[in-house]
Design a protein around this ligand. Structure first.
Ligand code: SF4
Length: 714
């Protein structure tokens, strides 16, 4: 195993995995290896780390690292080239696509693993200088429905509360969230609130997960029925006289319309129970607890977001909190849990194709503001293609040049086999990454650019509670690896945009981003970190974790929004939304009798390029398994541990069965992490349909009709 020498002094940085955003202290052990400990001074984790965070030291080898720029030769082999050659070739390839087919023939596909400064540079180059908004991110698969729900209700993409609300709530409702595995340090805070203060925990999920094991009430809901449950709750709150009429009158619109629609979807408690697959008693208990408990936090994650009706699911939850005025107050509020370490930071700088920069959209005023600030010669003036649309455009040949940074769409996008084939037809596919073993590289990438990895990167990330933290380097850059923002700036200069990208260091990128966000430049105060725009290099280096907004240099951040209204809609009022009735896009039938759900395991992350290196993490689940209810397995003649072929309309995978009484009948679950590089048969992304939410563009990753057949032992 190859390792690189760490710095001798401990460095405070941030974990590169989930959106909890835990602080990490990285130091040098006596044997020259890196030591990892939780940062006791970081408000997100107060010194604790989960198993993924605490084993980060096992993931730092240079094995499989992409250390030098590479280009594909005529023979098809990848060959080492100089940075000059690679950067010139990237610029030339993009210029050729723009000249022959226009800016919209190019696209960037980014990642919630990138730092805010990297995201900012990529977004600026494409939306301000190339002139296309075809900039999207794997965060589209993570929390786009929460963004759309927030913007629709609040007029801004604002998480109203803080992690402290979990410590102070008396009722914690988790919807579509296996927090015990996916946000473990926050889950520990919730369990502490339960054990030390008597807070109740309700878990709403089609699967009986590890999170359910500690819950006071488990609602094993029918897939897709979350909207019905929360519509039923809104009806119950109205009939019980539990709505906050003063808050509704002073700070909201749309309640009457939302309630009329809720009554159509879930007219009675009995109807709600029947439509959600729950018992009337359990529904009544949940409704009673929610009604009687002022300090309620509702947390939601991928089970809500990753849906073709994800935005309406979010709205149905927000409606109940707005109707009771339980928002932005101590221990109360809706709370979107972001999946990735910098999903929030990407949202801030326009990493989504429907956002411009600094949380601005594409209104004429906003486009003009950004154009002026950037001195942009060729502004994108309309939204670009969201992830699924973007890869459809690659398949259709309308996108000719694409740059993928820090993600692996050939494995993780819905219909991954089709995406992999489409990538192989591009005129130019550039991949910036840390690793060589990556399905997207194998799909025929023409140019590989070695990017800095965690421990080498320098910049900022924002976690689920809007807290900006520094990721600081504690390892030297290996080989010829470079920071992503630097690589992007070098390509920008070669495209003739030297002036807009002449940043001397990462702090200057951050200052520019912060200045664009200020009230002076944006015109609204929701996302305003203008107070950080004047940080010196030393102040940026020492920046302590802070929740945005940071509106001036003495501001220490804002914990909560909206307790007294002040929404960012045109009239300052929140909107309750009349949501659509639930309807799954892909229903099981005689040929495909199962509904396939996909998600994470406890100890792996994405496609395992980092966690796959840690022996400790590999012990929890050494291989991918397909969870199935025991009666379904028996009916199919399949035993625990047998190999089975899962087939959908889009692809097939072979997985080992794991009998799991926590599955509902007719539903199966597969983990997303294993890829074609590790287990040829287990590319779960290839199975998933590509239906998307009409508002957020987020794909339905939780419900694809599937068949199951035994695989004969050879
Ligand atoms: Fe890292 Fe998330 Fe674990 Fe914290 S909870 S240590 S951020 S993986």
């Amino acid at each position: 195993m190859t390792v690189h020498e760490p710095q001798p002094k401990p460095v405070a940085t941030t974990c590169p995995y989930c959106g909890v955003g835990c602080g990490v202290i990285a130091g040098a052990g006596g044997d020259g290896r890196v030591t990892i400990a939780g940062d006791p001074g970081h408000p997100a984790n107060r010194g604790k780390l989960c198993v993924k965070g605490s084993t980060l030291g096992e993931t730092l080898s240079l094995d499989d690292r992409l250390l030098h720029p590479m280009m594909r030769a005529r023979s098809g082999a990848l060959e080492r080239v100089s940075w000059e050659t690679a950067l010139d070739a990237v610029a030339e390839g993009f210029r050729r696509a723009i000249d022959t087919a226009g800016p919209d023939a190019t696209a960037f596909y980014l990642s919630g693993q990138l730092l805010t400064e990297d995201y900012y540079a990529a977004n600026k180059l494409m939306k301000g200088f190339v002139g296309t908004a075809n900039v999207d991110t794997n965060s589209r698969l993570c929390m786009a429905s929460s963004v759309a729900g927030h913007r629709r209700a609040f007029g801004s993409d604002t998480v109203p509360g803080a992690y402290e609300d979990l410590d102070e709530a008396d009722l914690l409702v988790l919807v579509g969230s296996n927090a015990a595995w996916c946000h473990p340090i926050l889950w520990q805070r919730m369990v502490a609130a339960q054990r030390e203060r008597g807070a109740r925990i309700v878990v709403i999920d089609p699967r009986r997960t590890a999170t359910a094991a500690d819950a006071d009430l488990v609602l094993q809901i029918q897939p897709g029925a979350d909207t019905t449950l929360f519509a039923g709750l809104l009806v119950h709150l109205a009939e019980a006289g539990a709505c906050d009429s003063l808050y509704l009158a002073a700070h909201t619109t749309g309640f009457d319309e939302a309630l009329v629609r809720a009554r159509e979807i879930a007219p009675t408690l009995a109807a709600t129970a029947a439509a959600t697959g729950l018992t009337p008693g359990d529904v009544a208990t949940f409704f009673a607890w929610f009604t009687e408990t002022a300090r309620t936090v509702t947390l939601y994650s991928q089970g809500v977001n990753q849906s073709a009706q994800g935005t309406d699911k979010v709205s149905a939850i927000l409606n109940c909190h707005l109707a009771t005025g339980r928002i932005g107050r101590q221990g109360m509020g809706p709370f979107s849990l972001t999946g990735q370490p910098n999903a929030m930071g990407g949202r801030e700088v326009g990493g989504l194709a429907n956002m411009l920069a600094a949380h601005m959209g594409f209104s004429g005023t906003e486009v003009d503001r950004v154009r002026r600030f950037w001195g942009a010669p060729r502004m994108a003036e309309r939204e670009g293609l969201k992830a699924v649309q973007m890869f459809d455009a690659v398949a259709a040949g309308t996108i000719r040049a694409m740059w993928v940074m820090g993600t692996n769409p050939a494995a993780s996008m819905p219909r991954a086999d089709a995406v992999r084939a489409a990538l192989g037809g591009l005129d130019l596919l550039v991949v910036s990454d840390n690793v060589l073993s990556n399905d997207t590289i194998q799909s025929g990438a023409h140019i590989l650019l070695p990017a800095a990895a965690w421990g080498e990167k320098d910049g900022t990330v924002t976690n689920s509670e809007r807290r900006i933290s520094r990721q600081r380097p504690f390892l030297p850059l290996p080989g010829e690896a470079r920071p992503d923002w630097w690589i992007i700036a070098e390509v920008a200069k070669r495209l003739g945009f030297a002036e807009g990208f002449a940043w001397p260091n990462v702090a200057s990128v951050f200052r520019e981003h912060a200045a664009l966000s200020s009230f002076e430049n944006r015109g609204t105060r929701d996302f305003d970190i203008g107070g950080l725009a004047c940080l010196s290099e030393a102040q940026y280096e020492d920046l302590a974790p802070v929740q945005w907004p940071v509106r001036n240099h003495t501001d220490r951040g804002l914990k909560r929004f909206f307790a007294a209204g002040g929404f960012y809609t045109a009239d300052g009022r929140a909107r309750l939304v009349a949501v659509a009735p639930p309807a799954l896009k892909d229903l099981p039938d005689a040929n495909r009798p199962f509904l396939l759900n996909t998600g994470r395991t406890r100890d792996q992350w994405h496609t395992m390029t980092r966690t796959g290196k840690a022996p400790t993490l590999g012990r929890h689940a050494p291989e991918p398994t397909l969870a199935i209810h025991p009666e379904d397995a028996a009916a199919a003649g399949l035993a625990d541990g047998a190999m089975a072929r899962v087939a959908t309309a889009h692809g097939t995978a072979v997985l080992r069965l794991a009998i799991d009484p926590g599955q509902r009948r007719g539903e199966i679950f597969a983990p997303i992490h294993w890829t074609g590089e590790t287990t040829a048969a287990a590319r779960v992304g290839a199975l998933v349909q590509a239906a998307t939410d009409p508002f957020s563009g987020q794909p339905e990753l939780k419900a694809t009709a599937a068949s199951l057949a035994p695989v004969p032992v050879a």
